[in-house]
Design a protein around this ligand. Structure first.
Ligand code: G3I
Length: 458
């Protein structure tokens, strides 16, 4: 519970002290309400998401619902990324384990986490041969078609309007030189037309979502990517709805970033679809890994229709191939050289990669509200390194006035509308740890939410 530590004594305070005391009394009694109105990034372009946003892109990560309760995981996610992909929670075996019986709980957890923080969500994935419950494979053709279309429709309708891009069909082509479709219940029973049918059904279910085909080993020009390219070209020519192609981009020494990576992205973009890096991870360490990551990000930035990058996990600790340490944060959530390389490639200015720079982020949530006033709460979260102090600003719109504050030490500009808040006493926060301060805004007829400035850490 917040404790009152400071009452503003500004001459322009619009109400007498007894009213303020009443406000704070109520604040102490009432439960928090109406969470989440706005958030502000740490310093301009000092996080992956903020730097990507300045380039008109998103920077996302795969997320597992069962790690969201781990504070370092959640704080790294919340600080650095502005898009999420549920790693397993939207797959067929998770959402429709038995026919017609849908379970959305784990994926909803991720979607709600993202939405309440202004992050985008990628949907992964509707039609895939893997993580497919057994009942799907045992259906006859007619029944399978009905089940596939029903699955797409039900799942997309559940999250309608909340998913920016859906991997409608995943990994439908074989590896190697054949350029053939991969054997799967869908391919084997419905034939090539299943992909087209899935996309048409998807468009009808959520017309606002971007519909992607997603695959791996299609990152350079090769037989497999040529086959996908020909399919996309055919879809565009015939008006089959497709908006984007996802390039998973799982790399290691046996499968490095191809030299024609950018050219391959560009040739797909030239067909009239967006391209997205959807599952990026690169095994390795140190500067070699960093250079590869940098090259991928630069390639995306060089292709106008490359709309965003998603890495396949927050931390090496939980990677699907953890022993290859393929991600941007190590198992202790320290920034790796690859992190710095990506941030730099995005035009960002923070440091990290072992440097341990001080950074913080702030987010606002409205708490109790009355007809004449409301309480606000600002949460200050340290970045990936411990910090010893922080400063941020809260600006209200005239004739609003801040009449009380707690859990912080405020100073004011001459207008009285801009409050600079610093810690009460010790401002130390461990990496990823949070603290909060509160304040009361007298509306004076204006209910606008306050605007947060950036957070500066020391
Ligand atoms: O949750 C269970 C757990 O309860 C159980 O004890 C454990 C024992 O096996 O399994 C756990 O489930 C595992 C799940 O990941 C969550 O960790 C599954 O066995 C495992 O198969 C599953 O692996 C996922 C894999 O897709 C399945 O194909 C990976 O997490 C996920 O990263 C990976 O993601 C794929 C993309 O969807 C498509 N592109 C390739 C990419 C990497 O393989």
């Amino acid at each position: 519970m917040a404790t009152r530590t400071s009452i503003r004594k500004a001459p322009e305070r619009p109400h007498p002290r007894p009213r303020t005391a009443l406000i704070l009394g109520l604040a102490g009694l009432l439960a928090a309400a109406g969470v989440t109105a706005l958030s502000a990034p740490a310093q301009a372009a000092s996080t992956l998401g903020a730097a990507a946003a300045e380039k008109g892109r998103y920077f996302g990560t795969a997320v597992a619902a069962n790690h969201l309760g781990e504070s370092a995981y959640a704080n790294t996610l919340n600080t650095e990324f502005n898009s999420v992909t549920p790693e397993n929670e939207m797959k067929w075996d998770a959402v429709e384990p038995s026919r017609g019986s849908f379970s959305y709980g784990s994926a909803d957890q991720i979607v709600n986490h993202a939405q309440s923080r202004g992050m985008k969500v990628r949907g992964h994935t509707l039609v895939w041969h893997s993580q497919l419950p057994g009942w799907v494979g045992s259906l006859g053709a007619a029944d399978l078609r009905t089940a596939m279309n029903n699955h797409i429709t039900q799942v997309m309708t559940h999250w309608k309007g909340k998913i920016h891009s859906w991997d409608v069909v995943n990994e439908a082509f074989q590896d190697g030189s054949s350029g053939a479709r991969r054997s799967s219940p869908f391919q084997d029973k419905l034939g090539n037309g299943f992909i087209e049918e899935a996309f048409r059904t998807a468009r009808a279910a959520d017309p606002a979502a971007k519909l992607c085909y997603n695959d791996y080993n299609t990152d350079g020009v090769n037989a497999k990517s040529n086959a996908v390219y020909n399919m996309v070209r055919d879809f565009k020519a015939r008006g089959v709805p497709i908006d984007c192609v996802g390039f998973q981009s799982h790399f290691n020494s046996a499968s490095p970033v191809p030299s024609d990576y950018q050219a391959n992205l560009q040739r797909f973009a030239d067909l009239g679809v967006d391209v997205q890096i959807t599952e990026l991870d690169i095994e390795g360490s140190g500067s070699a890994q960093a250079t590869s990551y940098s090259n991928v990000v630069k390639a995306c930035l060089a292709v106008t229709r490359c709309t965003g990058v998603t890495v396949w996990g927050v931390t090496d600790k939980y990677s699907w191939r953890a022993s290859g340490t393929p991600l941007l944060f190590d198992g202790n959530y320290n920034k790796k050289p690859a992190y710095t390389a990506v941030l730099t490639a995005l035009g960002g200015s923070g440091s990290g990669g072992g440097g341990g720079s001080a950074s913080c982020s702030v987010s606002y949530s409205k708490q109790e509200e009355w007809s004449d006033r409301f309480n606000g709460k600002v949460t200050v979260t340290a970045g990936s390194s411990a910090i010893i102090g922080w400063t941020t600003t809260v600006t209200v719109t005239s004739p609003q006035k801040i009449s009380a504050t707690w859990n912080g030490t405020p100073t004011w500009d001459s207008s009285g509308n801009v409050m600079t808040m610093r810690p009460n006493g010790n401002g130390s926060l461990a990496a990823g740890a949070s603290t909060s301060f509160g304040f009361t805004v007298m509306k004076n007829g204006n209910s606008a939410a306050p605007v947060l400035g950036s957070c500066t850490a020391s």
